[in-house]
Design a protein around this ligand. Structure first.
Ligand code: FAD
Length: 368
């Protein structure tokens, strides 16, 4: 047997928000070869990784949830270890790392940083699993996972077979990929997808200095530094911003990280806003589009850190993080998210896109 079936599972404790109802069925799978049987017995399915980028509805989730483990529970005690699920090959200056989807992402980062390998150090401290990393092309402090992905291994629910998708076929973009949002669509026989990510192949540099491209990291390491010093700097910045899952951060860590992605707008829209607000932080996103700071837009729409609506609040350390206070419901988090969106829209004419994936919501909660 390569999977275990659990019934009536409380989901709040399996997510970083800590809110939401129950799953009728959750299947823990440690051998991806079991996926065809799981899907045929329990489909439709959705995947739950570390629950750090989902908001679960108070009413719970009707679909069967699949939870991938890096190895059999008796071997790893139900938890990911740095070695279980990881294989690597070092050839001259290049390291090829294969990580199983069920591993903890930060274990893989720590493992590579300890060996001086370059490519993941800025992605230190991001909660969640390896399998979720390509879903929204996780990124932080000057790196994104797409920079180092060679291929994503998937189980294709449409074709009913495993596949390896080279990075060029993954549709990676800013906080997105071809996988984001795909699982909520039912598979259609003969058509590719949706995909369950079963592993990721990464290509790292064996001996290169750490990446200090991002301002907050560069300020701490003005002379540059090793991958280990970049990891330490990133973890420090993350702690200060409440962007780590850490018990000392209290309810500030009860979030899904950034709740909104930075909006990418056409040049004409950016010019309209910068004409009256020249201080808005912005970055060129393409030849004709500019990325604007969502945190700045929220603050200037009159919503400050610590702002509360019911038992949901803006983090006291980061404007982009919506947090769940003691006793909060998913509905309260949604209500705060809706208010933030409405106020930014009214002030700037820009509609912010939420980043976390909704589980168990069966209508468009963001429609106004
Ligand atoms: C404090 C905090 C800080 C964060 N900082 C960052 C950051 O800096 N940058 C960033 O990009 N994100 C950040 N996040 C968001 C989150 O950690 C990442 O998106 C992470 O990759 C989610 O992993 P997970 O395993 O928890 O996924 P989950 O939340 O369990 O799932 C997220 C989505 O991915 C799907 N999914 C998960 N695993 C698979 C799989 N194997 N196959 C197919 N689909 C799958 C799920 O169905 C769901 O749609 C942060 C979150 C928190 C709480």
């Amino acid at each position: 047997m390569s999977f275990v079936v659990h019934h009536d599972v409380e989901l709040a404790q399996r997510t970083t928000f800590g809110v939401g109802g129950r799953a009728r069925t959750l299947v823990s799978v440690w051998d991806p070869r079991a996926l065809p049987e799981v899907v045929s017995r329990f489909g439709p399915v959705r995947v739950l990784g570390g629950g750090s980028n989902v908001l679960v509805a108070d009413e719970g989730v009707a679909e069967t949830l699949i939870h991938l483990l890096p190895s059999a529970p008796e071997r790893a005690g139900g938890h990911s270890t740095a070695e279980a699920g990881l294989t690597c090959e070092v050839e001259s200056h290049t390291v090829r790392l294969h990580a199983a989807a069920g591993m903890r992402w930060d274990d893989v980062v720590a493992y590579s940083v300890q060996r001086g390998w370059q490519g993941l150090e800025c992605l230190s401290g991001i909660p969640g699993t390896v399998g979720a990393a390509p879903i929204q092309n996780i990124g932080a402090y000057g790196q994104e996972v797409a920079d180092v992905v060679e291929a994503v291994e998937v189980y294709d629910l449409g074709h009913g077979s495993p596949r390896s998708l080279p990075a060029a076929e993954c549709g990676f973009g800013y906080r997105t990929s071809r996988f984001k949002g795909q699982e909520s669509q039912p598979p259609r026989a003969g058509e590719a997808g949706p995909f369950v990510v079963t592993g990721v192949r990464l290509r790292l540099k064996a001996d290169a200095p750490g990446c200090t491209r991002y301002r907050d990291v560069a300020e701490r390491l003005p002379e540059g530094g090793s991958v280990a010093s970049v990891r330490a700097a990133v973890l420090e910045v993350r702690y200060a911003k409440g962007m780590l899952v850490h018990p000392a951060l209290g309810t500030d860590a009860r979030s899904a990280g950034s709740f909104f992605v930075n909006p990418v707008v056409p040049d004409a829209v950016a010019e309209r806003i910068t004409a009256t607000h020249p201080d808005i932080p912005s970055w060129r996103a393409s030849a004709s589009a500019v990325k604007l700071s969502a945190a700045w837009l929220i603050e200037r729409a009159g919503i400050a850190r610590g702002y509360r609506r019911g038992r949901a609040a803006i983090s006291s350390r980061h404007t982009l993080a919506l947090t769940a206070l003691d006793g909060a419901t998913a509905a309260e988090v949604v209500a705060l998210g809706r208010e933030v969106r409405a106020r930014v829209l009214a002030a700037f004419g820009i509609s912010l896109d939420p980043e976390p994936v909704l589980l168990g919501f069966y209508s468009d909660v963001w429609a106004s």
